[in-house]
Design a protein around this ligand. Structure first.
Ligand code: DAH
Length: 345
């Protein structure tokens, strides 16, 4: 009867030998030979397992377990080695780091700016080209900057909880970009010519035409002898640059607390050319911005002499302009992050 000791020694010796030769062999052919030599039907490990039955009965369970462990270890190491070798040969037998320059390139994801960002930048760039500087103000404002300093009376409907998101105490989310006028006036003396893009918030029912947040671009110019004609000139140049030279402008008398006189500016419908269609509701005109001469009350509040200075201001909704430019009929599409929509721009 063969001794258990001898069996165990043979087994461990075989394990050592097998693992070493696997490690030293790189050809697939050689690895196959190793498989046959150790694990084949007449292989060394297979034979050792077969001879288990000749061992003394009380030694068998422990040695059987050990034999199986060694057999599966050698199998796994061998399979892993064969797999590695096959992968290396698949990249042309050139080994790790081989790069096949003849393979067609993989197309990367091309990022792009959101359509609102694109239009916003376009608007800012047009005014920048006309000598306007860019300024920014905070999204969280105080009642003073958003309303009081802009001459909104205490009972103005825009101050209602229905329309404005009020935060703690005196704070609110700005409902327009006009408060930046006041912030700039406080810090600087005329002449100032500024464009201020930014996000605004209104507590409105969400539907295809209005959303709880939107972008505005505010512009203003204060100097001695600024007139309504300057305002008309700058806005016409802007509209023609953005929508094309054949678009007509119309200034309609309106009211804003911080401008006097005030106007709403329409452009001839960019879809139908003014003939009348569903976008312009058969009016031929589209409203695109509010504007006016800055009210002397605002100048008094910030310590400018209204006798010496005059200025104009205007504010436009970027979302609305983007909707017109791209003929989008639902503002919510801008905020849904739907890639099928966004990739079109
Ligand atoms: N702030 C106004 C709004 O959000 C838009 C506006 C109108 C801005 C007239 C102006 C202006 O600067 O002169 O409805």
């Amino acid at each position: 009867m063969p001794s258990a000791n001898k069996f165990e020694q043979d087994l461990k010796q075989t394990q050592k030998e097998a693992l070493l030769t696997i490690e030293q062999t790189s050809e697939l052919e050689g690895l196959e030979q190793i498989r046959i030599k150790y694990l084949g039907r007449r292989g060394i490990i297979t034979s050792l397992l077969k001879s288990l039955k000749d061992l003394p009965e009380k030694e068998r369970p422990a040695l059987g377990k050990l034999s199986n462990q060694i057999k599966s270890q050698v199998e796994q190491v061998l399979i892993k080695r064969i797999k590695e070798q096959k992968e290396q040969e698949a990249v042309g037998g050139k080994g790790e780091g081989f790069f096949d320059y003849t393979l067609p390139g993989r197309k990367g994801w091309e990022g792009r700016a959101h359509p609102l960002t694109q239009i916003n930048e376009k608007i800012v760039k047009i005014f920048y080209g006309m000598g306007f500087e860019v300024a920014k103000g905070p999204d969280v404002e105080t009642d003073y900057y958003n309303f009081s300093a802009l001459n909104f009376p205490l009972d103005h409907p825009a101050r209602d909880m229905q329309d404005t998101f009020y935060l703690k105490g005196d704070l609110l989310l700005r409902t327009h970009t006009s408060p930046v006028q006041v912030r700039v006036f406080e810090k600087r003396k005329p002449p100032i010519r500024i464009i201020t893009p930014g996000r605004c918030y209104r507590n409105e029912a969400i539907n295809a035409r209005s959303f709880c947040t939107f972008l505005q671009v505010e512009g203003f110019y204060v100097d001695t002898d600024v007139t309504f004609a300057d305002l008309k000139g700058v806005l016409s140049a802007f509209v023609w640059e953005l929508f094309g030279k054949d678009v007509a402008l119309r200034f309609r008398a309106s009211f804003f607390p911080f401008t006097e006189p005030s106007a709403e500016v329409d452009i001839s419908c960019v879809i139908c050319g003014g003939k009348g269609c569903s976008v312009c509701k058969h009016r031929g005109w589209l409203e695109i911005l509010g504007a006016g001469m800055i009210d002397p009350e605002v100048f008094k509040t910030v310590g400018y002499d209204p006798e010496k200075y005059s200025g104009y201001a205007f504010g436009m909704g970027v979302d609305r302009i983007a909707m017109l430019k791209y003929q989008i009929d639902d503002i919510r599409l801008f905020y849904e992050d739907d890639l099928k929509f966004l990739r079109q721009f």
